[in-house]
Design a protein around this ligand. Structure first.
Ligand code: SAM
Ligand code: 2KA
Ligand code: SF4
Ligand code: MG
Length: 230
């Protein structure tokens, strides 16, 4: 097999334009490209329809942009096909968020180069459990996943590459887990750390606010869920 295949195909679950609802870029208009497939298995994951990639769910790329509800359907697209699709759609956002599923399962270099050449700024949302293959200019948001059923470990190299850490929390145990991770795999100096309450639970939000104030960390509330947008 070629080391660096040209025309990598990416399994695309959905493409849509909205407002970034999480992390440092909250509020920024963004095009989301959601890739299919994730083996990490977070029990509270809000995109479980992306976990499995079944052949029976493969559809044409044109069907992906017409989705009106979340489904497990996906379509293969090359980086160039995706750029052409974005141009056809006439989106106004210049910020692209590659998410999933777990997008770091795929080599995103070719996709990043094509999108950057087309004038877009890239951000990836990742659990930090797969080696990152992204362009140097890609903004990397690592949302570490610890002790999840899939048994994947957070990688120190992902923690070092992170431009932002965004940790989902519901209880004190999660803060303790994060503290341990930060001690063993420290991010670079000055990297923003944010806490994201799991599923808008009031107790989770209270805990996240309290710890953010104590530590001078950022709160990430999944703005899109309060606004009822995608
Ligand atoms: C669906 S994941 C996809 C990207 C990647 N697999 C990851 O976990 O970062 C996108 C973001 O949503 C967060 N997330 C997923 N389910 C959530 C939930 N129920 N409440 C809060 N955040 C959630 C994840 O932690 C991650 O930051
Ligand atoms: N509006 C909006 N913002 C988001 N930020 C990260 C998301 C994701 O699913 O990765 C997400 C999402 O699904 N919608
Ligand atoms: S790693 Fe991300 S996509 Fe995968 S189960 Fe966890 S939150 Fe969901
Ligand atoms: Mg989401």
């Amino acid at each position: 097999m070629l080391e660096n295949p040209i025309n990598t195909l990416y399994p695309i679950n959905e493409v849509f334009q909205t407002i970034q609802g999480e992390g440092i870029y909250t509020g920024v208009p963004a095009i989301f490209v959601r890739l299919q497939g994730c083996p990490v298995g977070c029990p509270w994951c809000d995109t479980q329809h992306t976990w499995e990639q079944h052949a029976k769910d493969e559809v044409a790329l044109s069907e992906i942009t017409e989705k009106t509800a979340p489904t497990a359907q996906w379509a293969n697209a090359s980086a160039n096909e995706l750029v052409m699709l974005l141009k056809r759609k006439g989106y106004t956002a210049t910020h692209i968020v590659i998410t999933g599923g777990e997008p770091a399962m795929y080599d995103l270099t070719e996709l990043g180069i094509a999108l950057e050449q087309a004038g877009f700024k890239l951000q990836i949302e990742t659990s930090g459990t797969f080696p990152l293959r992204v362009t140097d200019g890609t903004w990397v948001t690592v949302s570490p996943k610890l002790d999840m059923p899939g048994g994947y470990l957070v990688r120190p190299d992902c923690m070092k590459r992170a431009d932002e850490i965004k940790y989902p929390v519901a209880m004190q145990k999660h803060i303790d887990q994060l503290d341990k991770l930060l001690a063993s795999c420290p991010p670079r100096d000055g990297v923003s750390i944010g806490l994201q309450p799991i599923s808008q639970r009031p107790r989770a939000t209270e805990l996240a606010m309290k710890v953010c104030i104590e530590r001078n960390w950022r709160l990430s509330v999944q703005l899109h869920k309060y606004l009822n947008i995608e």
